[in-house]
Design a protein around this ligand. Structure first.
Ligand code: IPD
Ligand code: CA
Ligand code: CA
Length: 337
């Protein structure tokens, strides 16, 4: 039986839908106009610095919308029992996408609220989380962000995250930015992952999605196991923020199951260019379409895999689907960056 996943039934410029099968496997469908791949690839080559400039511009536009709403009552609706969305998520996404469409009308876009739009023959796919950490935002708890990343294939190549910090009476933002080959900056200053090399000396962070399935339960076990052997495991509730905190050495490792491309695209390039190693939780190469992610300072990666690897392989052996998903139809997720 197929059902629509409401989180992507937004108001995309081109109609898009995610269909989720009984297996949990999802496919995105869109009605973008067909253009030959070769023509698009030639037409849309863009310098990394330009991609980053536009990512920053777009994320700042989204952040301006969020900033305006900080001290106003929230208008909340529910996508699931606990998965909520506010008017601010939607308004922020519109602001971000308007910038991206103005600069790159032929690129493919994937927004959390609106789904797929643009030309999926493009070599570039922009992954936009207009408000990552919506639950925190709804409660004025200071761990949320606007996240704008661009990938080639499944690999993030540039991204910007504007993080909201401080909380009521003390709101502030900091802007993280990176592109492939350019060191990550926070408010224009270089940042770097930590040098911690032992699990027992480390502070970690993880996250739990809205779907309380086998992967969620497996992660509860990992949470308990690591809480026992490291200095603490935090759960902030905003994946992009978690990755940015890794990039500046506030935490030493971060993992999570079932994140979506828009949760990870910007944060992963920001973490990588600050020195992080990022793979799936069983040690395979990372792609934004994967359903597990382990990001650590490079010294801890192997040790962390000794815990997350077996847990993830056990899920696979039990038939839990962790295969790549949410690839927009027509988009070549296998191309090399
Ligand atoms: C969520 C946050 C959270 C993570 C969830 C995400 P949203 O995004 O990033 O940390 O655990 O899996 O869905 O819904 O606040 O944009
Ligand atoms: Ca998110
Ligand atoms: Ca969101």
């Amino acid at each position: 039986m197929l059902c629509y996943q409401r989180s992507l039934l937004g108001r995309g410029v081109l109609k898009s839908r995610i269909r989720v099968g009984a297996s949990g496997r999802a496919t995105l469908r869109c009605n973008a106009a067909p253009v030959s791949k070769e023509a698009t690839a030639r037409a849309d080559h863009v310098a990394l610095s330009e991609l980053l400039d536009v990512a920053v511009l777009a994320a700042e536009k989204g952040a301006a919308v969020v900033r305006e709403s900080l001290d106003r009552p929230r208008s909340i609706s529910f996508k699931g029992t606990t998965d909520l969305v506010t008017e601010t998520d939607k308004a922020s996404e519109e602001a971000v996408l308007a910038v991206l469409r103005r600069h790159f009308p032929r690129h493919a876009l994937l927004g959390e609220e609106g789904g797929v739009s643009g030309d999926t023959n493009s070599t570039y796919l922009w992954c936009v989380d207009p408000l990552d950490g919506t639950t925190n935002f709804a409660h004025s708890y200071p761990a949320f962000a606007v996240s704008v990343g661009v990938v080639r294939g499944g690999t993030p190549v540039a991204g910007c995250v504007v993080e909201f910090t401080g909380g009521p009476h003390a709101w502030a933002t900091r802007t993280f930015a990176a592109h492939k080959g350019r060191p990550t900056t926070c408010n224009g200053k270089p940042v770097r992952v930590s040098e911690v090399s032992e699990v027992r000396r480390s502070l970690m962070v993880t996250g739990f999605g809205y779907e309380h399935d086998e992967a969620w339960s497996a992660n509860m076990e990992l949470f308990r196991e690591y809480t026992d052997v490291c200095q603490g495991v935090r759960r902030l509730g905003a994946a992009a923020v978690d990755l940015c905190h890794l990039s500046m050495g506030l935490v030493d490792a971060y993992w999570e199951y079932r994140l979506k491309p828009w949760d990870m695209a910007a944060g992963v390039i920001i973490a990588q260019e600050a020195g992080a190693t990022v793979t799936t939780m069983d040690g395979r190469p990372f792609s934004v379409f994967e359903r597990s992610m382990l990001a650590t300072n490079s010294r801890l990666h192997q040790q962390m895999l000794e815990g997350t690897g077996p847990k993830t392989r056990d899920l696979l052996e039990r038939g839990v689907d962790l295969s790549p998903w949410l690839v927009p139809p027509g988009y070549d997720s296998t191309q090399q960056p």
